[in-house]
Design a protein around this ligand. Structure first.
Ligand code: PLP
Length: 279
């Protein structure tokens, strides 16, 4: 079942107009939530980010967070989702193609569930990354539907036989195509500050919280590709990827070229948080 406006409908009854501004302009916002054991993970952070994205792109949310939350719970229940994600997007609405905001259009809400298993192979063995220019706009903190630069960057990585791309602006690492990036140096954690150049990841926040609980010093400070070349460990964070070690960058090993101890500790703390039995 899909959520379309405020109704639950079978997918083939969801009728999205070709005049939807999401389709013409990518004129909309979205969120991807994680569900573990049938329960939404960190929903407040996602709602806060959604409200911020909506406010800044001036799309009026059709209902408040309480109503949205109850609709998502209904959607999860109707789909009997235990492990997976909920994708939700809100476009500015439907109107003939023209750049100015339409006078009459009502926002269009669409959401659905996907069963997704944890990506254990990558989380255990790590992934390979390549670096690429971050050519995105200057409001990367907004979760908008305009993802062409992210799509191009991800494909660039895959074309080179890598798994993910590490984006940089003039050598300063920002984040990845659909995740945030962190490195470990002298046992301390570094990640780009949460400003307009990165998405303020919910998983990034959770990992920083866990790191502080584990007495790992954290620095939300910009660092360069050169700084990364002498890092002991690196990993990405995201709703789907959780904490996934990066073991090579541009073909060169990070540290020993295998997931490191700080990454492992954080992964264990994360698993505890989401209620995975480590016995
Ligand atoms: N950065 C980008 C560009 C993303 O698209 C995402 C998630 O989709 C993230 C970071 C990670 O954010 P979160 O941890 O909220 O999933």
């Amino acid at each position: 079942m899909y959520l379309y406006q405020h109704q639950l409908l079978p997918k083939d009854e969801v009728a999205i107009s070709p005049d939807d501004r999401a389709y013409y302009f990518g004129d909309g916002i979205y969120e991807v939530f994680r569900v573990y054991n049938g329960v939404l993970f960190e929903p407040e952070g996602h709602y806060r980010r959604l409200e911020k994205s909506a406010r800044e792109v001036r799309i009026p949310l059709p209902y408040g967070v309480d109503k949205l939350h109850s609709l998502l719970l209904e959607l999860i229940g109707a789909n009997r989702l235990q492990e997976g994600t909920v994708y939700m997007q809100i476009s500015r609405g439907v109107a003939p193609r023209s750049h100015p905001f339409p006078q009459q259009a009502e926002p269009v809400v669409m959401a659905y569930c996907s069963e997704v298993s944890r990506t254990l192979k990558s989380m255990q063995g790590g992934i390979r990354a390549v670096t690429a220019d971050d050519i995105r706009w200057l409001k990367c903190d907004l979760k908008t539907l305009n993802l062409l630069a992210n799509v191009m960057a991800k494909q660039h990585a895959l074309d080179q036989g890598a798994d993910e791309v590490i984006l940089h602006r003039n050598g300063t690492i920002t984040e990845c195509s659909a995740s945030n990036f962190m490195m470990v140096k002298e046992g301390e954690l570094f990640t780009h500050p949460a400003n307009h150049l990165i998405l303020h990841g919910i998983t990034r926040e959770v990992v920083l919280r866990l790191a502080r609980q584990l007495d790992i010093r954290c620095h939300e400070r910009a660092f360069s590709i050169e700084d990364l070349s002498s890092a002991e460990e690196a990993f990405i964070t995201g709703t789907v990827t959780e904490i996934t070690p990066v073991v090579t960058v541009d073909g060169k090993p990070v540290g020993r070229g295998e997931p490191g101890p700080v990454t492992r500790r954080l992964q264990q703390a994360f698993e505890q948080l989401i209620g995975i039995d480590q016995a």
